[in-house]
Design a protein around this ligand. Structure first.
Ligand code: PLP
Length: 477
């Protein structure tokens, strides 16, 4: 990979890349450039990744938050930064071929249709599934999960059935099931966590009664970074004749699994956490399930014939995509997948593991700081959520911003998980390919200085701190 070349000539790079599709899942693709040649020699971070070259591909990293204070972006679990290649692909669509898809017979529309539909193939390869007709475009993970709940759920579940979720889940993988459970008189069961926030397989086993029709579980917690053992979960759930939905919003940007081989029934993810634009996401479903599911949104594109009183649905996947789809956003997602596929999955994982290990070491040395989630780093991804005695997470986030450090604070749309952890809110640092060991060191220094500031404040030695929030006041996730 040569990301600097990509910057110099993004249009032609993108065209060259999209010209040679492969049917292999991307963790099996030969890794051009990044894993070999002279670039390898330039790699200076753990994991063999040339992080400086990667950073150069993300224009947002060139800015200072205030004069002399460079940006340290460790809020990638909220949304990732976007490489220039993605920006350029969206710009190309907007400026050169901004036509609608499917319906047009002119050159621009054909080009837009080809680019848009080509992204389904890229997503299918990313997920390791053969049939790109199983890829449905949605606005994001939330909409994808709602689609399963409103379509498959309403068509399949009967009073007395049960849905199982875990205590790790984001509200997006909870509230749609709560609504469905209430509507269909279905039980919503929770798999309990261990005290260090791992999913307890014995508890899952106990929850899997004959009444269970679906287990909806995260691929990686957006709070604790916990990675549930998906392979084992799929085996257990299928052995009981139930279906598995994986919320891959957090896991996919970090871990590329072959979901076809794994055999999950449904999977949802968001483009904006995967280096792509907002407003685009994906629902993958097994073909036989999708074919049997009714559409939930109605209008143009999702029909093949309409008379005055009734209509005939289009085939999967289009029957679930009513109206003009998010074309620019899908094309941007395609460019993000191209970008990712230039990098070695192994190198990325190695780099993120090094970041996670270092973050645990650095933050672990700060007095009164409590890291949430598994102590065994093999069981978690590159997210470190924490509390610091005597400081509110919102205050921490505001003060870190003065150091140019972007983190997130609050309940992170996982209120039941915070209740389980016994806290109303936490601060979260979430890492990605463009972060460095030096940035984590700066986070550590900044946190220590904030800790001392609060300690002096509590001894009445300094001026008041920024707005302190009451424990109940967390309007945002
Ligand atoms: N699931 C998890 C684990 C998440 O972290 C998020 C977003 O933070 C979502 C679902 C919802 O994603 P979106 O808001 O893109 O639909």
């Amino acid at each position: 990979m040569d990301l600097t070349e990509m910057k110099a000539d993004p249009v032609h790079q993108a065209e060259r890349r999209s010209g040679s599709p492969s049917r292999e899942p991307i963790d099996d693709l030969p890794q051009a450039g990044a894993a070999g040649g002279k670039k390898q020699a330039a790699a200076h971070q753990a994991g063999g990744l040339d992080v400086e070259e990667i950073r150069a591909a993300f224009p947002a990293l060139r800015q200072e938050v205030s004069p002399g204070v460079p940006l340290i972006y460790i809020d990638s679990a909220a949304t990732s930064l976007k490489p220039q290649q993605v920006v350029q692909a969206v710009l190309d669509y907007m400026t050169i071929y901004p036509a609608n898809v499917h319906r047009g017979l002119h050159t621009l529309s054909e080009r837009a249709t080809e680019a848009f539909e080509g992204v389904r193939d890229k997503v299918a390869r990313l997920l390791g599934v053969e049939d790109s007709g199983q890829i449905i475009f949605t606005r994001g993970t939330t909409e994808a999960i709602n689609l399963v709940a409103q379509s498959w759920g309403r068509a399949t579940l009967k009073p007395g059935d049960a849905i199982v979720v875990s205590e790790l889940e984001h509200h997006s993988n909870l509230v749609p099931w709560q609504m469905l459970a209430r509507e269909r008189d279905v039980e919503l069961k929770y798999v309990e966590l261990t005290d260090d926030a791992r999913l307890d397989l014995d508890a899952l086993d106990a929850a899997l009664t004959d009444r269970v029709r679906l287990v909806a579980v995260t691929g990686m917690s957006n709070v604790t970074g916990t990675i549930p053992p998906l392979e084992r979960i799929v085996e257990m759930v299928h052995a009981r004749g139930a279906r598995v939905l994986v919320d891959a919003a957090q896991s996919l940007p970090h871990h590329r699994l072959n979901f076809g081989r794994l055999g999950v029934d449904f999977l949802a993810f968001s483009g904006h956490k995967l280096f792509g634009p907002t407003g685009i996401g994906v629902l993958y479903g097994k073909r036989e399930l999708l074919e049997a599911m009714p559409p939930v949104s109605f209008g143009g594109s999702m029909v093949v014939r309409v008379d005055r009183q009734r209509a005939e649905w289009n085939e999967v996947p289009w029957k679930f995509e009513a109206g003009t789809p998010p074309i620019a956003e899908a094309i941007g997602l395609g460019a993000a997948i191209d970008f990712l596929s230039q990098l070695s999955a192994q190198d990325l994982a190695g780099h993120e593991r090094a970041l996670l290990t270092h973050a645990h070491e650095v933050l672990g040395q700060i007095a009164s700081l409590r890291i949430l989630g598994p102590a065994d780093l093999e069981q978690k991804g590159a997210i470190v959520s924490f509390t610091m005695g005597g400081t509110h997470p919102h205050d921490l986030a505001q003060l870190l911003d003065r150091h140019g450090i972007a983190i997130r604070a609050g309940h992170h749309c996982a209120m039941p998980l915070h209740v389980r952890l016994g806290i109303p809110a936490s601060a979260r640092a979430s890492f990605s390919m463009y972060n460095t060991i030096a940035e984590i060191d700066r986070l550590g220094v900044a946190l220590e200085s904030i800790r001392l500031l609060f300690r002096r404040h509590s001894h009445g030695q300094v001026a008041p701190r920024p707005a302190t929030h009451a424990a109940t006041e967390f309007p945002n996730g």
